[in-house]
Design a protein around this ligand. Sequence first.
Ligand SMILES: [Fe+2]
Ligand SMILES: [Fe+2]
Length: 299
Amino acid sequence: MSTPATDYRFDRDQSGHSGPVTPERRDLHFLPPGDRICDWHTAGPNVTQFMNALSLLFPAGERMFIDAVRSYRDDIPDPDLKKAATAFIGQEAMHSREHIEYNQLMTDAGLPADKLDKFTWGLLDVLKRNTPRSTPLAATIALEHYTALMGDMLLRHPEQLAGSQADYERMWRWHALEEIEHKAVAYDVYEKCIGRGPRNWLERSGAMIIATGIFWPVVFSFYWQMSRADPQCRAQGLRGHLRMINFNFGKPGYLRRLMPEFLGYFKYSFHPWQQNNAHLLAELDELVDEAEAAYATRH
Ligand SMILES: [Fe+2]
Ligand SMILES: [Fe+2]
């Protein structure tokens, strides 16, 4: 991997790919154990189903990200950014592949994963077919802000996953790391190929408001349907839901604590690398070794 530069200075006017790292496609396999799909998270079955609900959005969501960046790839003027866009597409394709396998474990366990996955594909298909070419890319940079922030939170607070089943934990950590590694690529493609004036600020801000208004209701609706179908969550009753709410909004409140960085997106001068968290990527090489070793011992 590229070594994060310690003296990184934000300078997007002189370089097409304005980040301290260049993303790299890594062909890793995880396939976590199916018998833990409903209780892999250390905080219990309800938090497990919340994370599973997020996983259900990835195959269709990441396909939209890939298509949105690919549709502008030939227009990218800068060769470094073009290379980064290719790596972005490769990384999201790997994430999608691994989450499809992960999501299949939910279906195998009798959860309504197929139905919810189809709903997501349908929803994003409507968006893609009924909006101008720039809209899916604007939606992508909005949602990539979320994945980068959630990835940052997960890596800064390893206690969020500590004690969870190791293969699931490793897979989420890998996804978090690569989301940080490529967090500015779609954004830079948008700025270089579409623009960075007031109209563009309005479009990307509007896309964030609409994406937020759709994304969270979908996530929590998926969580609800998954937890209703899971006997372990049903056995927890209200206590289980409260535990999930506390995890996200109370103490520790991992989603609540994203708020200040989230709002930074609406600044006119926003750029994803203004939050320079490249030092978190230092664990990537070790994680790759761990993942390869773990997969080799099981297959
Ligand atoms: Fe991803
Ligand atoms: Fe991403």
